[in-house]
Design a protein around this ligand. Structure first.
Ligand SMILES: Nc1ncnc2c1ncn2[C@@H]1O[C@H](COP(=O)(O)OP(=O)(O)OP(=O)(O)O)[C@@H](O)[C@H]1O
Length: 272
């Protein structure tokens, strides 16, 4: 891309609100947010702040009550949602995957966007590509291992390979670190960092609860509180102690070491 060309917008939310139909409860309120190609965003906020709901909007699985959502050049409400979804990669620790299928088969199902494999649709190139992605995610030796016996960290990386085989214009990760032990977490962070380095146009949005889970390639953050944007922009401006304290409603200290983040909640000391 020439230096003077504007960077394409991957998703844009303007004045977006989501309300629960039955009770009129406000879930998201007046969200404005733009993600451009090649950016990596973290979505942070307390439980119930609205992170997953934002992911569902940009993942084209729901419509806003008010405002506009554009994803990969299409406005929700004016596009075939299923077709749009086929261009968006989605990874969630809650994803349902048949446990008896091998890691290689699970990756292949990403090419058809199906839970079960559609064998007639996978040519030799696609099968080879699934092996390449497994290798890229350090899972080369697991190709024939049933998904159900893979560890949580291996499963997360299999699901990322599954999402990447469709060459998505946008990759969404909903709490991919959920229930991972420390080595698995670090392997996944390394994998995300490597993927970003080798794919300059890859665009990701990761919902997470912990700053320690942010890979060094995450350059932007959106902080949500009670369905509203508290801050958005480059991580250096957004992930400050003051902003995190406001976001989570208790004193939080933030530090950074070699591109990684540290956060801890400082309880006010009891008076002696
Ligand atoms: N389908 C729904 N029906 C009713 N309320 C909903 C629905 N989806 C979300 N909510 C409510 O909207 C709010 C935001 O939910 P959401 O799952 O987006 O938050 P979150 O930030 O992802 O939370 P967590 O960190 O706990 O996963 C919560 O109060 C939730 O109970």
């Amino acid at each position: 891309m020439a230096a003077d060309q504007p960077i394409p917008v991957v998703t844009d939310l303007a004045g977006v609100s989501v309300r629960k139909y039955t009770t009129d409860q406000v879930i998201l309120d007046g969200i404005d947010w733009t993600v451009r190609a090649g950016e990596h965003w973290a979505l942070l906020g307390a439980n119930g702040a609205g992170k997953t709901t934002i992911l569902r909007l940009v993942g084209a699985t729901m419509h806003p009550t008010e405002g506009t959502v554009e994803v990969l050049g299409h406005r929700l409400g004016r596009v075939d949602m299923r077709e749009l979804r086929s261009r968006i990669g989605f990874v969630s620790s809650a994803q349902k995957v048949p446990v008896d299928q091998t890691a290689h088969t699970v990756v292949l199902t990403g090419a058809t966007g199906t839970v079960q494999p559609l064998w007639r649709k996978y040519d030799d190139d696609t099968k080879a590509r699934a092996h390449e992605l497994l290798a890229e995610l350090d899972l080369k030796d697991l190709a024939d291992r049933p998904y159900g016996v893979c560890s949580g960290g291996q499963r997360a990386r299999i699901l990322i390979a599954r999402a990447l085989i469709a060459d998505p214009g946008l990759l969404l990760l909903d709490e991919p670190f959920n229930a991972l032990d420390l080595p698995s977490r670090e392997d996944l962070i390394d994998a995300m960092h490597r993927l970003a380095a080798t794919r300059p146009r890859l665009t990701t949005v990761t919902v997470t609860h912990h700053l320690e889970e942010l890979a060094p390639n995450i350059g932007h953050a959106l902080l949500l509180r009670d369905g509203r944007v508290l801050a958005r922009g480059p991580v250096d401006e957004v992930l400050t102690g003051a902003r995190m304290t406001e976001c989570f409603g208790r004193p939080i200290e933030v530090g950074r070491l070699d591109g990684r983040w540290l956060a801890r909640s400082a309880r006010p000391r009891a008076q002696a």
